[in-house]
Design a protein around this ligand. Structure first.
Ligand code: GLU
Length: 416
């Protein structure tokens, strides 16, 4: 049988890194420093479950590179969150924060758990125990956790509280908190909003009219649902969406706010009457203008890359396309805007949240969104001109900008 994935996700991200390092002419020593995580921690997370029994989960925090500032990265609660995946995601945070030019390094955390199986009080205890286990690595000037898949603003409030019990009230120690706890207006929608900003800009370059443009969104969590909703508000037609339990198709456009309400009530998208049921695989291969993978990694592989019919792919998820699939899709003439650019809106507004707290001065949501737009478009234009001038893909250009910034910071620090 054909094995579709021989490399780990971390190896795959490093293939993208190597392509950038080759063209930037980095020395072998510098490459090694930039590739390998600076620090990795694996911890046990024992939780007293509601039935009185103890269940032991495994958690991780990987600090990939801190040359440009405190590490920053989300915490993922997911059964697939093993050390190798968290490492790959931490490295993507390094290149992402550098590409959008935030004064941060890159990290990621995770606990191997299906959060849907835990009650709120179990999740609270899990979060507190995980925070205690990684407490010595994090802090407002060390490493700032944020939400990711399976976690949300409530998780961050618990983390802040657990950290504060040891270190005193420290709202700048985590981002993505509830607004009532010092979170930033606009943070929850930020990643999806960033995706929508990039679509408007890329569409101009591709000669694509976004009014009525057919968009397919894979994933209806925080990122997918906000991206779909904002793109629909901007006049796009969201022809298909998939959630954890399956996909929906409606050639005339799905009613996204109604679907959001439906998902809130039922926990999924199945049974929604405004569209026809389709499988996740069918959804990825639909004829459309724009495909937005907004769920997990490795969804476009050599197995389905040749069947992709979109003209533009916006990688709202982290690492949704394997390197082999990336090559095939590119050869097919599809434009791909890479994850480290497309989904950077979350960490950009996490940075705004951190700066607002440090200054004790909170911004209006309109200011958050304006600054987000400026930051995203600045990064897009850098990637775009590098890609045109050098005749390279947007991914290659994005990695080159990010890797070059981090390499320069390592050199300037002069610690080797
Ligand atoms: N978890 C998100 C990401 O992968 C956001 C991280 C953050 O807000 O720092 O980019």
């Amino acid at each position: 049988m054909l094995k579709t994935k021989e490399l780990s996700t971390f190896d795959e991200v490093n293939l993208f890194f190597d392509n950038a390092a080759d063209r930037l002419g980095l020395t072998n020593g510098l490459r090694e420093m930039l590739k390998r995580p600076w620090r990795e921690l694996q911890v046990q997370v024992p939780v007293r479950m509601d039935n009185g029994e103890i269940q032991v989960f495994t958690g991780f925090r990987v600090q990939h590179n801190g040359a440009r500032g405190p590490y920053n990265g989300g915490v993922r609660y997911h059964l697939g969150a093993d050390l190798e995946e968290v490492r790959a995601l931490a490295s993507l945070m390094t290149w992402k924060t550098a590409l959008v030019n935030l004064p941060y390094g890159g990290s990621k955390g995770g606990v191997q758990v299906d959060p849907g199986q835990l009650s709120m009080s179990e999740l609270n205890r899990l979060t507190r125990r995980y925070t205690l286990q990684i407490e010595h690595l994090i802090g407002p000037n060390r490493d700032i956790p944020a939400p990711d898949m399976g976690t949300n603003s409530q998780t961050m409030a618990w983390m802040m509280d657990a950290y504060g019990q040891l270190h005193g009230h420290s709202p700048a120690a985590v981002t993505g908190k509830p607004v009532e706890m010092g979170g930033s207006l606009g943070r929850e929608a930020a990643t999806g909003r960033g995706v929508a900003f990039l679509l408007q800009e890329a569409a101009k370059d591709l000669g694509l009219d976004t009014d009525g443009a057919r968009i397919v969104v894979q994933g209806f969590g925080n990122v997918g649902s906000w991206a779909a909703r904002i793109m629909a508000d901007n006049g796009c037609r969201i022809v298909a969406i998939s959630g954890v339990d399956g996909g929906l198709y409606n050639a005339g456009g799905l009613d996204v706010p109604r679907l959001q309400e439906y998902q809130k009530m039922t926990g999924g998208v199945t049974g929604f009457t405004g569209g026809d049921q389709i499988s996740n695989q069918e959804l990825l291969e639909l004829d459309c203008d724009v495909l937005v993978p907004a769920a997990i990694d490795n969804v476009i592989t050599v197995d389905n890359a040749r069947n992709i019919k979109a003209h533009l792919i916006l990688e709202a998820a982290n690492h949704p396309i394997t390197p082999d699939a990336d090559r095939i899709v590119n050869e097919g003439g599809v434009t791909i805007l890479p994850d480290i650019l497309v989904n950077a809106g979350g960490v950009v507004v996490s940075y705004f949240e951190w700066t607002q707290i440090l200054q004790e001065f909170h911004w209006e949501e309109s200011r958050v969104n304006e600054e987000l737009q400026k930051t995203m478009l600045r990064a897009y234009n850098e990637v775009r001109s590098r890609s045109i001038n050098e005749g390279i893909t947007h991914r290659q250009a994005a990695f080159e900008v990010g890797v070059q910034r981090v390499a320069r910071a390592v050199e300037l620090r002069g610690f080797v």
